[in-house]
Ligand binder design. Sequence first.
Ligand SMILES: NC(=O)c1ccc[n+]([C@@H]2O[C@H](COP(=O)([O-])OP(=O)(O)OC[C@H]3O[C@@H](n4cnc5c(N)ncnc54)[C@H](OP(=O)(O)O)[C@@H]3O)[C@@H](O)[C@H]2O)c1
Length: 266
Amino acid sequence: MQWYTGNTFYDSLLIAGFAYVVLIFVGSLFGTAAYGGRFGQGKRNKGIKLHAKTGWIIMELPGIIVFPVVFFMGSNADQAVPLFFLAIWMMHYTNRALITPLLMRVQPGTSSSFALNVVIAGWITLFLHGYFNAAYISELGSQYTIEWFSDPRFQIGLAIYAFGFILNIHSDYILRNLRSKNPSPDEPRYKIPFGGGFRFVTCPQYLGEILSFIGFAVMTWNLGAVFVMAMTIGNLVPRAIYTHRWFHKNFDNYPKERKAVIPFVL
Ligand SMILES: NC(=O)c1ccc[n+]([C@@H]2O[C@H](COP(=O)([O-])OP(=O)(O)OC[C@H]3O[C@@H](n4cnc5c(N)ncnc54)[C@H](OP(=O)(O)O)[C@@H]3O)[C@@H](O)[C@H]2O)c1
């Protein structure tokens, strides 16, 4: 059966991957992943708990390992367009797996909030989308000749990706600076963030992440990237709504005009 690439293993795993997206999305309607101060202490946080920084790094490490390993096994791994996507991927996941967690400012006494089951769910996703994208980009996809750089899908996708990535790191920067470098235990743990994307939504960091993956899907034009995009939307839109409700419940003066994740809409 050929429904996408003709590679039976790849195509079957892709179907399983999309079924997993549906499962994660349905699960997120009943509660969000157990990590972080707001959600890391709830009833979903059972069993082993990791320090926030350790949890993030261990969970995201496959992002910087699986893609390059699979990529360099492909026959197009020395071509300019695939190498460009490798560079984008490595930049994205070096930020997510190493830079963001290492810069994170953790309130003393609140650090062990990262549930091991979140790490395992993260690994499944990262193994799948690392494989889907790397195998397609460096081996199975046929569109990535040098002309792809002048294709409107590549150019529009890259612009969306760049906007999303900058919004994400700028929003993470604003959040990080709400706490002092070495927060004391009696400092308020949460404050209302202002400026940048926070003028419009409660979770511009999530909006930036979602836009990055929409941009990546458009610029690579492949179903493996649609998988990452769907997973990110299915995970982060409900989490943004939970976070938005949390702010309204905990801060009487929370800006009324701010939406959760999509400016002026949601
Ligand atoms: N691709 C994906 O599916 C995916 C999934 C999840 C996250 N991400 C990305 O990973 C990054 C981190 O995500 P996250 O869910 O941990 O984000 P987050 O809830 O924004 O938290 C990030 C850091 O900021 C702190 N913080 C958050 N709100 C604060 C406030 N109001 N006042 C003071 N400190 C505050 C948090 O502290 P506490 O830990 O103490 O709450 C944590 O250290 C984001 O860029 C996100 O887009 C991507």
